[in-house]
Design a protein around this ligand. Structure first.
Ligand code: HEM
Length: 361
């Protein structure tokens, strides 16, 4: 890994320019195959709530704007929450559930989430605002997805439409989260295997790790080699920007830093450990637009992993607990129409082609 990085970073000039041009073309080719967003699941769509709750997306937008003005760190927290939701049994808001039975702790309690994942109370708040005007219509899973979309926009990233129509899970497992969320010191093969099992390719890996262009990491996760260039070296600091020098802005500077050997997490630096991936990083570092386009396409793909649609799952009334049982709760689809739920992981994600343009709200 070090050899590739040192050689490649040193050799700039004409060769690099040619490599970058080639790579851009190669990347565009990959992106080009996915230019118009489509989904194999007709129940997941853009503007799903256009008639059932037309104000839903606006409420999410306004709330996120409010939180962001109050504390910009809310934006990266929500984007990460979305990733952790989607990677464990699909984008189904299972990450929001509180533990119901201490013998079977929920995802929140798993090591990668505990004392690390944030933003639960924001989603709960948005949910209560939406419930006040459209009771039991908008899922918690969609609220996370829409809020994540706003997080990208608020931090000056791309504007795009988010797929909606997801429903909420009735289960959540810490053991599963422990198994399914990649570790910060994962190597390239481990990450790509994890992403591949969810239908995400190596281009998606690079683009989605680009989310580390915003937000912070606890110092305990920072690569030793790079501690000196972070705020972790100052006594008393416990966190540092993941993208040194541009931590609050959603841009391609994260990739510029990777090329300078300033990856904060081992998993970030892993993107420099394979030639193809190094070339992708280089293309993103040189072309912000290319990164934005690919990020949107890859995020929409991620947003479709293992989704529950139609009459599967439920629309939770409170994001941190499943709906109550039986006739006491007329909103519980499980009781009205008992269904068998086949295991949803790993599941072929809805195929998304391309990026979305414009916003639904
Ligand atoms: C192999 C995959 C990944 C690993 C191992 C990983 C690991 C981490 C770690 C260790 C942190 C710091 C957490 C802390 O200090 O408590 C972090 C932060 C973050 N991650 Fe990732 N991540 C991965 C992929 C992603 C993806 C795919 C996204 C979104 C699409 C994402 C979005 C974020 C964001 C926005 C933050 C900052 C959170 C904040 O400031 O609160 N990550 N990640």
């Amino acid at each position: 890994m070090a050899i590739i990085r040192e050689n490649c970073v040193r050799d700039r000039g004409l060769i690099l320019a040619l490599v970058v041009m080639n790579l851009c073309l190669a990347s565009v080719h990959v992106i080009g195959q996915t230019d118009i967003p489509t989904t194999t699941d007709p129940l997941l769509s853009f503007g799903f709530y256009a008639t059932s709750c037309p104000r839903a997306e606006r409420i999410v937008r306004d709330a996120m704007h409010e939180y962001y003005l109050n504390d910009p760190r809310h934006a990266p927290a929500i984007l990460r929450l979305f990733f952790h939701d989607c990677f464990v049994q699909g984008c189904d808001a299972s990450v929001l559930l509180d533990t119901a039975d201490p013998k079977e702790p929920a995802e929140k309690e798993a090591a990668p989430n505990l004392h690390s994942l944030r933003g639960f109370e924001l989603i709960d708040d948005i949910k209560s605002r939406i419930e006040a005007i459209c009771p039991r219509v908008v899922s918690c899973a969609d609220i996370i997805a829409l809020a994540a979309r706003e997080s990208v926009l608020l931090t000056r990233g791309p504007r795009f439409a988010m797929l909606t129509g997801r429903r909420d899970a009735r289960t959540s497992s810490a053991a599963r989260a422990q198994r399914d969320i990649p570790l910060p010191d994962a190597d390239y093969d481990t990450i790509t295997k994890s992403f591949r099992s969810r239908g995400l390719n190596e281009v998606d890996v690079a683009a989605l790790l680009g989310a580390h262009t915003i937000g912070r990491s606890q110092c305990k996760f920072v690569r030793n080699r790079n501690v000196e260039s972070t705020t972790c070296s100052n006594h008393g600091n416990h966190t540092t920007d993941l993208d040194i020098g541009s931590g609050g802005i959603f841009d391609n500077h994260f990739f510029v830093n990777l090329r300078r050997g300033r990856g904060i997490l081992t998993v970030d630096d892993a993107l420099m450990s394979r030639l193809n991936s190094y070339l992708r990083v280089t293309a993103f570092a040189y072309d912000n637009e290319l990164f934005f386009d690919q990020f949107v396409s890859s995020l929409l793909k991620m947003s479709s992993i293992g989704v529950l649609t139609g009459v599967d799952g439920e629309i939770r009334q409170n994001c941190s607990v499943v709906n109550g049982p039986g006739p006491l709760n007329p909103f519980n689809d499980e009781v009205v129409t008992p269904r068998h739920h086949p295991p949803r992981h790993p599941k072929k994600p809805v195929v998304i082609s391309g990026r979305a343009t414009g916003s639904q709200s």
